[in-house]
Design a binder for this molecule. Structure first.
Ligand code: SDX
Length: 436
């Protein structure tokens, strides 16, 4: 909402000045519209990493990093984690309201209708090495989804946009399970639409033809929680990538593939896999001090994986929920017992880090990735599949943000500027005139 508040920017060498309007949102910091800056002062703002830059209007997710608040369409994550389901959260993120029973039934039926993938994709999977990293496979497979749906990729057609959203949400579990089965050398399972979304996924992941399939309701509930907590998170790096790709008019599957590629980085979604490797490397509580010293050493690239966040300068509310879920679940899940020592090291590491001045001064708290790997391991999900699980959960956030961008009148092709610090203009030097 544009206010009559402005900020005045004045160049103290020339006296040139510009009034920039302040725009307020529902919650959180107001923003300064700087559209008039270049025309008035011939200057750009400079914000490497976009730490102080608002890139868009959004009505989907709100984060208060100082208070550790996360809202999906205004609903606190703690309430959704306790009372909702992933598919209901998908509806909420896509359409802005909690669905009435009939609406939810229709939505669920739509998702079930698109749960299978074209058989050609299973042939594609066979072209990868069996030890290919699952995220590398997921990037390729999701990007290729657009090659199977020429009939519904008109991004200016609202019905095509919603259909693409259904396809992304419905097919990610099938692709993730197929990748996992290929990795194990086991036969693929087809979706069984009579099962719930998470049950269907777990069956595709773990069922084998030789045995009847059983999955513990505790495990299903734990995975449902993880999917809800990872579903969206404002303008994080991968979501910003999806929006930037979408601003060029690229099809939604290509945009989501770009988001998956971005999420893979260990500074972002790849951290859940890196945390487990780090906890295994630490091994026992007595080794923690050495790793904290490395994390503080500016000459050592090592960082404490699962700690720190660009926005949360307090607890990541998702980490708090996941830590409690770890505590509740490890004793209940069959594989949970093996994770107990890892959970103990993680808790000890958290306590020591949170009392260490280096971490306190920099407001470095555990983030969503710090404990998530422990639950995923207890669910018998292999470590190299962790970021695939994150991508599966976040696919609804990506596609919801893409849909929002596509109807935002303010949105144009994203094209940042730069501060050029390279060579001054100079003439070409012929080879014979160059000195060795
Ligand atoms: C996710 O944005 C999102 O919303 C992301 C996400 C989502 O849901 O989409 O929440 C998911 O990506 C969570 C983050 C997962 N990544 C990790 O756990 C990797 C470890 N964390 C760091 O790489 C880091 O904290 C980042 C990348 C998460 C945040 O980096 P920033 O905001 O750029 O922070 P910074 O690099 O400016 O660090 C500030 C200071 C620096 O020290 P000084 O230069 O001030 O002396 O804190 C230090 C950093 O060296 N620091 C760390 C640290 N994180 C920051 N030091 C040791 N270990 C760490 N983990």
């Amino acid at each position: 909402m544009v206010t009559n508040r402005t900020v005045t920017i004045t160049d103290n060498t020339t006296g040139d000045t510009v009034e920039c309007p302040i725009i307020e949102g529902t919650h959180g910091a107001p923003v300064i519209s700087i559209k008039g800056l270049y025309p008035a002062l011939g200057m750009f703002t400079h914000d490497p990493g976009f730490g102080a830059t608002s890139s868009c209007n959004s009505t989907i997710t709100y984060i208060d990093g100082d208070k550790g608040i996360l809202l999906y369409r205004g609903y606190p994550i703690e309430q959704l984690a306790e009372k909702s389901s992933y598919l209901e959260v998908c509806y909420l993120l896509l359409f802005g309201e909690l669905p009435a029973p009939e609406e939810f039934a229709r939505f669920s039926a739509k998702i079930r209708q698109h749960s299978m993938v074209h058989e050609g994709m299973r042939t594609m999977i066979g072209g990868y090495r069996q030890d290919a990293h699952p995220m590398g496979m997921l990037v390729g497979l999701v990007g290729s989804l657009s090659t199977f749906y020429h009939d519904s990729l008109d991004i200016n057609d609202p019905e095509h946009r919603v259909l693409s959203a259904y396809r992304v949400i419905a097919k990610m579990p099938t692709l993730a399970a197929d990748i996992y089965k290929y990795h194990l050398g086991q036969p693929f399972n087809y979706p069984v639409n009579s099962l719930g979304y998470v049950n269907n996924f777990m069956r595709m992941m773990y069922a084998v033809p030789a045995e009847p399939f059983q999955i513990s309701p505790t495990a299903v509930k734990a995975l449902e929680l993880m999917l809800i907590l990872h579903a969206d998170h404002e303008q994080n790096t991968s979501t910003s990538t999806v929006r930037l790709a979408g601003s060029s008019g690229a099809n939604p599957f290509a945009c989501i593939a770009a988001g998956i590629a971005t999420l893979w980085g260990p500074a972002h979604g790849g951290a859940n896999e890196a945390v487990i490797h780090m906890l295994n490397e630490i091994g026992e509580a007595k080794n923690i001090a050495r790793f904290l010293d490395r994390a503080k050493d500016k000459d050592d690239p090592f960082r404490l994986m699962g700690f720190g966040h660009r926005v949360y300068k307090n607890f990541d509310p998702r980490a708090t929920i996941i830590r409690q879920a770890c505590h509740d679940l490890l004793g209940e899940l069959d594989a949970g017992a093996q994770q107990a020592p890892l959970f103990e090291v993680a808790q000890e590491l958290e306590q020591i880090a949170l009392s260490d001045d280096y971490f306190k001064e920099r407001n470095l708290y555990p983030n969503v990735d710090f404990y998530s790997g422990i639950i995923l391991s207890a669910l018998n999900i292999t470590v190299n599949m962790f970021t695939v699980m994150f991508a599966m959960a976040r696919s609804v956030g990506w596609i919801a943000q893409w849909m929002e961008m596509m109807v935002d009148a303010e949105q144009r092709i994203g094209r940042p500027r730069q501060l050029y610090t390279g060579a001054a203009k100079r003439d070409y030097v012929l080879k014979r005139d160059r000195e060795d």
